[in-house]
Design a protein. Sequence first.
Length: 169
Amino acid sequence: MTTTGNSNFLPTLYDISEIMSIIPHRPPFLMVDRVTEMEPWKSIRAYKNVTMNEDFFRGHFPGTPVMPGVLMLEAMAQTAMLLLNFSYRDHLDSAPTEIKDGVVAKDVKNRIAYFASSDKVKFRRRVVPGDRLDLQASFLRLGGRLWKVAGKATVHGQRTAEAEMTATF
């Protein structure tokens, strides 16, 4: 991890090795290539390079490859999971009190968050081979057994997808 910047917002770089050390997903279901920025316990930015080699393009759709919307949703969810885990691993000292004292937060590294729900899901633009899918996630609610995040995905600054997602441990 490399870090620069002021004390509130830390531009951070986590590469694929660190990402794979944090979440259990593996290719072809690993949907985040790199974390570029993170404000611990608040928000994160990451990306996925979308290539023609993605397995899902073989059937979605032959001759007109389009990234499935559900995989954009999954990419946003994985990004949110990275926010939680990197915040816990590298910034526990700055965690809000409800996190430090919470049952779940005391053992994040040995737990997997599972998708519980998604709301306000919108798909706005196609994602095709050669695109870089920029991902953002920010916490809406922390602590307890349910955590809520807002996710957004863009390509070249144009919104491709957005959602509010809830995870449970």
